[in-house]
Write a protein that binds this ligand. Structure first.
Ligand code: DQA
Length: 804
């Protein structure tokens, strides 16, 4: 019963090899990957030149074809052999030869070898038409000498100007102004770095360490309730909804292969890439054994084809592979041997009449078999007519608790009938759901519930509780957060409320937070820094920044973080409170989206400028540090305050071993005392500028009228300016940067305050509720609410004028 050895679990530091056709994007991805994993990039071209002293062309011309071929393969093998760890290796055209492919095949028993491919039309753009067909055919052979594959999706920006999990409007005029969208490479980088996190296995730990309450740090099978959005290939090939419509409609996607169009393998690879880019949630990969609309297959053909399809899922690095354990051992073992880092969902489906009853001992044996095979999740589904009252399944679960030793893989179990899943609450986790506008499925799960409906039911049945959330601070009456959060609750079927409460003392804050129905709060001045000494539990980001802007009650029965995370959306006395900071991560998200590839952070060169010295400026500095920037300048009207912030981060950086790269000093933060000084010559002009000063006067202080001195704007590659103020939206800095972009340097991107504040609310919502946020909706509500507020203000002042 012991599972076969996993043959695709590589050492985390093993070098990763990229192979594929010219024009597939290997070099760009290699660069991105090396930066992300902090590895050395080895390119075949450069390695050849370094080893032989000649470029490949020169070598060929000087020594002739035969000698070149001999030398080429020898260098190729040496390149692989002498760089077994710590590198990203980009192969050139040699990988098309049989001998190189043999070497790669062997290498792939110890290292990830990733086949990079993309749309034929995109490859054609980089190649001579005459070569194309032949090359593409040869390229397909890379599949046989690699153990992973990555589809480098070309995704033209959509009509609304972006992607749902990474929209940068770079909006430059209020609302519908000119949109300087993100570089196309940005999404590619996000997707590829995520893929590398899967291949190296560092994804899950990273999310957990960075923010234990973030949605991605608790896998769906460990949440108190979770939903799998079913998306069939037959539907996706001809879908009548937009990708944006699927946002926040499930905790993961179950991708079901029920259709065999031409070029099936590439079609699947592309769909997986699309789901990842558009929805950014874990994928369950399921191959249907008997798809309705397809021809019948012989048992041998079925096994061979389905095994290849499952293998493809493993190569694509999906999060979960759904494996029917009723298929024969050889089939099951092949998947288990090649599982890599994908989790296995071991299935037992009883589809027809006479399905095994829950009280049948064989059901228990099934579960134990899945457990013995090392499945991470067990899924047991049975068709029922009228023979299965809810108690039988409950009885099975109880028996399982008593009889099966730990560790027990989480169980997904439900009955379905011709009318669909019996009740959406039968299975706590990975409940099947669909989009409300999708037609009911033609086959077994006739009517599947929706995420909204199932989640709402949990509140109606008192399994979850309606809670009160707040934005708290001394100037919150214009906060856009209540509108954004409330819209998100409505969307998700949560009966929570979100209010702004003006308060400025810790006593009043305490009073609000100690209520049993307190769900969480967004904090703003004066609490962000003042609350620090009152909080025992904080994320390490909040500690480093010295400020908190999201407060959560901890209601877990034990001290385990998972227990606290799963107690969200439940009322009761809080044992403790947890403080996190989403200001920095929202700024980081906006910077990442807007930065062009030419301005990717190079620690030794890139310079950042932060204007201001308050809590938000601290978050901005931290975001720059996290992006890898080691030369950070602070300008603030009151210089001593800037000195204090610089000191805070220099001290902190020293404890972390983070050092500056210039000027013989190890300090990463420096203060610029005056706007009239020229930009320090030892440093590149800044390519990232974040303005953290309010544009309107607050507390009687003068309003900020910050503009960049022209001498500070000399970056030849432009850069990004993030403006945090949005009252007014076009601040003096934003207006200046529009003019700069239009008349001097078009490569500057401006991110306005609404984009950042929406991002903050999105991240706060996810932390507070543990559910994915409907991002597009929240962003829309943010701009609309802001517009309404502006209109009300205009009307108010017009009325005041007329009565005067
Ligand atoms: O700065 C902001 C914006 C905010 O104050 C709001 O009103 O949405 C909420 C704060 O948590 C965040 O840090």
């Amino acid at each position: 019963m012991a599972p076969p050895k996993n043959e695709r679990a590589f050492e985390a530091n093993s070098s990763i090899v990229l192979v594929g056709c010219r024009g597939a994007g290997k070099r760009t991805l290699g660069f991105m990957g090396a930066l992300h994993l902090r590895r050395r990039l080895v390119t075949e071209e450069h390695y050849f030149e370094k080893t032989t002293g000649l470029s490949r062309g020169e070598y060929l011309a000087r020594h002739g074809r035969e000698a070149f071929a001999r030398q080429d393969i020898e260098v190729f093998k040496r390149m692989l052999d002498s760089n077994r760890t710590g590198c990203i290796i980009e192969c050139g055209m040699s990988s098309l030869t049989g001998e190189a492919q043999d070497a790669l095949r062997q290498y792939s028993s110890t290292n990830p070898v990733v086949y990079i491919h993309r749309e034929k039309e995109q490859i054609a753009r980089h190649l001579d038409a005459a070569d194309l067909q032949q090359l593409l055919k040869a390229d397909g052979r890379h599949r046989s000498c690699s153990n992973f594959e990555y589809y480098n999706l070309y995704d033209p920006p959509n009509k609304s100007g972006g992607h749902i999990s990474g929209t940068s409007s770079g909006a430059s005029t209020p609302l519908n102004g000119r949109q300087s969208g993100p570089s196309k490479l940005l999404s590619a980088r996000e997707d590829f770095t995520r893929f590398l996190d899967i291949v190296t296995g560092r994804g899950a730990t990273k999310a957990w360490l960075e923010s234990p309450f973030s949605v991605s740090s608790v896998p769906p099978e460990f949440r108190s309730y979770s939903y799998a959005l079913r998306l069939r290939l037959s539907y996706l090939m001809d879908m009548d909804l937009e990708w944006e419509d699927f946002e926040a409609r499930g905790d993961c996607v179950e991708f079901i292969i029920d259709h065999w169009p031409d070029d099936l393998m590439n079609v699947i690879a592309r769909q997986i890439a699309l789901i990842r880019r558009k929805l950014g949630i874990p994928i369950i990969y399921h191959v249907e054994e008997n798809p309705r609309g397809e021809r019948r297959r012989t048992p041998e053909e079925k096994d061979a084809m389905d095994a290849d399809l499952l293998e493809l899922g493993l190569r694509l690095g999906v999060d979960y592979i759904s494996l029917d354990l009723q298929r024969h051992d050889e089939f099951v073992n092949r998947v288990l041997r090649h599982r890599g880092r994908s989790k296995i969902i071991g299935n037992f489906w009883y589809m027809g009449f006479g399905a095994l009853a829950w009280q049948d001992d064989r059901q228990m044996e099934n579960y134990k078999r899945a457990q013995g095979l090392g499945c991470e999740v067990v899924r047991m589904v049975r068709f029922c007519t009228n023979d299965s009252p809810a108690e039988l399944l409950e009885g099975f679960k109880k028996r399982l608790q008593q009889e099966v030793p730990d560790p027990k893989p989480p169980l997904v179990a439900y009955d379905f009938s011709v009318l669909g899943v019996r009740t959406p609450l039968q299975s706590r986790i990975l409940n099947p759901v669909k989009h409300p506008d999708m037609e009911n499925e033609r086959d077994h799960l006739a009517t599947v519930s929706t995420y909204y409906h199932s989640y709402e039911l949990l509140f109606r049945q008192f399994l979850l509780d309606p809670l009160q959330f707040y934005v708290l601070g001394s100037h919150v009456s214009y906060s856009l957060s209540p509108a954004m959060h409330s819209a998100a609750y409505d969307f998700c079927g949560m009966p929570h409320t979100f209010q702004d409460v003006t308060c400025s003392t810790i006593d009043r804050l305490n009073q609000i937070c100690l209520s049993d129905s307190f769900g969480g709060a967004s904090l703003t001045a004066p609490f962000k820094v003042a609350i620090m000494p009152h909080l025992k539990v904080k994320s390490h980001h909040a500690t480093a920044i010295g400020a908190v802007n999201v407060l959560l009650p901890l209601r877990g029965k034990t001290s385990a973080i998972l227990d606290h995370a799963n107690s969200r959306n439940k009322a009761g006395p809080a044992r403790e409170f947890f403080g996190d900071n989403t200001d920095w991560s929202s700024i980081l998200t906006c910077l990442r989206r807007a930065i062009s590839p030419r301005n990717y952070v190079q620690p030794s060169k890139t310079t950042g400028l932060v204007v201001g010295a308050g809590g938000m400026a601290r978050a901005a500095i931290y975001a720059l540090i996290q992006l890898g920037c080691r030369n950070i300048f602070i300008y603030n009207r009151t210089t001593p305050n800037a000195n204090q912030v610089a000191q805070h981060f220099n001290d902190w950086a020293a404890t972390q071993g983070i050092v500056g790269t210039k000027g013989g000093s190890h300090e990463i933060c420096r203060v610029l005392p005056s706007l009239s000084e020229p930009w320090p010559r030892a440093y590149q002009p800044p390519t990232m500028v974040i303005s953290c000063v309010p544009a309107t006067s607050a507390n009687g202080s003068a309003p900020a009228d910050f503009e960049m001195p022209l001498d500070w704007l000399r970056s030849p590659t432009g850069g990004v300016v993030v403006e945090l103020a949005y009252e007014p939206l076009v601040t003096p800095l934003v207006a200046q940067m529009h003019a700069v972009r239009d008349h001097m340097s078009p490569s500057w991107v401006v991110v306005d305050g609404l984009e950042v504040v929406a991002e903050m609310a999105i991240e706060a919502f996810e932390l507070m509720t543990g559910r994915m946020a409907p991002k597009r909706l929240m962003k829309e509500v943010c701009r609309k609410t802001w517009e309404q507020q502006q209109q009300q203000q205009r009307q108010g002042s017009e009325m005041a004028m007329s009565s005067y």
